[in-house]
Design a protein around this ligand. Structure first.
Ligand SMILES: Cc1cc2nc3c(=O)[nH]c(=O)nc-3n(C[C@H](O)[C@H](O)[C@H](O)COP(=O)(O)OP(=O)(O)OC[C@H]3O[C@@H](n4cnc5c(N)ncnc54)[C@H](O)[C@@H]3O)c2cc1C
Length: 439
C-alpha cells in the first residue's frame, strides 16, 4: 500500500483535480507540476500506474502485468523519461519480429501467414478512404486459411476479433517499427514519476457536480472542490457510469460505450530449464483456432515464459476462478512440448484486467462506424471538464505513451484556460532556447 503523498490533511479546494493516476493522469500532473496552479490527484487504488503495473519477483525479473513494450519507442515520451531518469532501456529486437518456434508452425507456413497478414493489412489501410465497416469484411479467399490466426492476432492487438473492429480506427493507429523494453519494468518507470505527486490514494470518485461555479467531487470519505477537472480514468469506467455526473453527460457515456476495452491478459510461468530455449523467442499455442495463447520464452533472458491471451479466450478465462490462465497456459505448453514439460513450469503471476473494477478491460478499440468517438470523448465540457486516457488518443490509443500524451495535452489546455501568462512565458523561453541553439 502506498502512503497518501498528500497526507491526511489533503486540501479540500484546489485549482485542478486530476482523476486517475495512470499514465494519462501522471502525464497531466507532471505537466502541471511547476505551474502556479494547485493540483490534487484522486486515485481509486492504493497504488499508482493503473494498467501499468510491475511486480518484481525473487528472481529479480520485472513482471509487467499490463504494458510492457515502449511501442513507437523512437518518439515515445516514456522512453525519453526512462533514459533521463536512469532506467535501463533494452533496444533488442522484439520476439514477434523473429521466426516463431517451429514445433507446431513450420517455417514455410510462417512465411505464408506473414504474407497473408501483409495483404490483409494493406487492404485495411486502403479501405480507410472508404466508408467505415468491420475489419472482418476484408477477409477473402487469400486470407481464409489464416483467419483463426488473424483473429487471434486481433485478440492480442485489439482485444477483440476483427468483426468488432472499425477499419477507420485500425488505420488511424500509427506506430513506428521501434519497440523497446524497460529492464526494471514499464510499470516501475511510470510509478517512479508518481512518487513526488500530490496523490490521494484509495479515493474513488463517485460523482462530479459540474453545475456550479466550482466543481464538487465526492469520494467515499470526502468532498473536494476544484476549478477544473481532468478525468483520466479508463473509458470503460465512464461507459459503465461508475462516476455520476450532475448534470448528466449522456454524450460522454455514448462515446465511451462506442470505444469498449477489449480483453487481453498475461500469465508468467517460471521455467526450470531455460537453456532449452533461445532468449526472446515466441511460440503460438495453436494455429488452427483463435482461442490460443502466444508465449514468449525467456523475455530479456529471464528464466520465464510470458503468455499472452486476447479476445474471447481472455474474456472467458477472466470469468473463471483465479488460476485459470495459468492452468490453460500449462496445458497448452504441455501439448506443444510433451507431458514431461509440465514439471518444468511453475506458476508466478497472472492478470485479470476484465474483472478489475477500476479498469474493466484491457485497452480500447472503436466499434465499426465509431472511430470519430475518440474525438467526442476527448472534447472538453465547457473548458472545465477535460478528458484524457488512452481511449482519447487519436493515433496512439491503447498504449501507455498515447495515454501520457493525452494527459499532457489536457494539462496544456487547462494551463491555457487558468494560467495563460505561464503558457506565454514558456513559449518565450522555448523561443529563446531555439535562438540560442541557432534553430
Ligand atoms: C495486458 C496488457 C498489455 C499491455 N501492453 C502494452 C504495451 O506493451 N505497451 C503499451 O504502450 N501499452 C500497453 N497496454 C496498454 C496500456 O497499459 C494502457 O493503454 C495505459 O496504461 C492506459 O493508461 P491510462 O492512464 O489511460 O489508464 P489507466 O492506466 O487505466 O489509469 C486510469 C486510473 O484511473 C483510476 N480510476 C478508475 N476509476 C476511478 C475513479 N472512479 N476515481 C479515481 N480513480 C479511478 C484507475 O485505478 C487507474 O489508476 C497494455 C495493457 C494491458 C492490459
Amino acid at each position: 500500500m502506498y502512503v497518501n503523498t498528500v497526507g491526511p490533511e489533503a486540501p479540500r479546494v484546489v485549482d485542478v483535480v486530476v482523476i486517475g493516476a495512470g499514465a494519462a493522469g501522471i502525464g497531466a500532473a507532471r505537466r502541471l507540476a511547476n505551474s502556479r496552479l494547485s493540483v490534487l490527484v484522486l486515485e481509486a487504488r492504493d497504488r499508482p500506474g493503473g494498467r501499468a503495473h510491475t511486480l518484481t519477483g525473487r528472481s529479480g525479473a520485472a513482471i509487467d502485468l499490463g504494458c510492457g513494450w515502449l511501442h513507437s519507442a523512437d518518439r515515445n515520451p516514456w522512453a525519453a523519461i526512462a533514459e533521463a531518469t536512469g532506467f535501463i532501456v533494452d533496444k533488442g529486437e522484439a520476439p514477434w519480429m523473429r521466426p516463431r518456434i517451429d514445433v507446431n508452425f513450420p517455417i514455410s507456413d510462417q512465411r505464408a501467414y506473414h504474407k497473408a497478414f501483409a495483404v490483409f493489412e494493406a487492404k485495411l489501410r486502403a479501405a480507410a478512404s472508404e466508408p467505415d465497416r468491420p475489419a472482418a469484411e476484408l477477409f477473402d479467399e487469400d486470407t481464409a486459411r489464416w483467419r483463426p490466426m488473424l483473429d487471434a492476432f486481433s485478440g492480442y492487438y485489439n482485444g477483440a476479433p476483427f468483426a468488432d473492429i472499425s477499419v477507420h480506427d485500425y488505420a488511424a493507429y500509427q506506430p513506428t517499427d521501434e519497440n523497446w523494453r524497460v529492464v526494471q519494468g514499464y510499470g516501475a518507470l511510470i510509478r517512479s514519476q508518481a512518487e513526488a505527486m500530490p496523490i490521494l490514494y484509495e479515493s474513488p470518485v463517485l460523482s462530479i457536480d459540474h453545475g456550479g461555479a466550482m466543481m464538487r467531487l465526492t469520494t467515499p470519505s470526502t468532498t473536494i472542490e476544484a476549478r477544473v477537472v481532468i478525468l483520466a480514468v479508463p473509458a470503460a469506467v465512464l461507459a459503465h457510469e461508475d462516476i455520476r455526473f450532475e448534470p448528466p453527460l449522456p454524450d460522454k457515456t455514448a462515446a465511451a460505450q462506442a470505444l469498449p476495452l477489449g480483453h487481453v491478459d498475461k500469465v508468467f510461468l517460471k521455467l526450470a530449464r531455460p537453456e532449452a530455449f533461445e532468449p526472446d523467442t515466441l511460440a503460438v499455442g495453436r494455429t488452427d483456432t483463435t482461442d490460443a495463447g502466444a508465449y514468449t520464452f525467456r523475455p530479456l533472458g529471464h528464466a520465464l515464459v510470458e503468455g499472452f491471451f486476447g479476445g474471447a479466450l481472455a474474456e472467458g478465462l477472466e470469468r473463471e476462478p483465479a488460476g485459470a490462465f495459468t492452468a490453460f497456459a500449462i496445458d497448452e505448453l504441455t501439448a506443444l512440448f510433451g507431458s514431461a514439460f509440465r514439471r518444468e513450469l511453475a506458476p508466478l503471476a497472472e492478470s485479470d484486467w476484465g474483472i478489475d473494477p477500476f479498469t474493466r478491460g484491457a485497452y480500447s478499440h472503436a466499434r465499426p462506424g465509431m472511430a470519430h468517438m475518440r474525438e467526442a470523448l476527448r472534447r472538453p465540457v465547457r473548458e472545465r471538464l477535460f478528458f484524457a486516457g488512452e481511449a482519447c488518443s487519436p493515433h496512439a490509443f491503447s498504449t501507455a505513451h498515447g495515454a501520457y500524451e493525452t494527459g499532457v495535452a489536457a494539462a496544456e489546455a487547462v494551463l491555457a484556460e487558468l494560467a495563460p501568462e505561464e503558457v506565454e512565458r514558456q513559449r518565450d523561453e522555448e523561443e529563446d532556447e531555439r535562438m540560442r541553439n541557432g534553430r
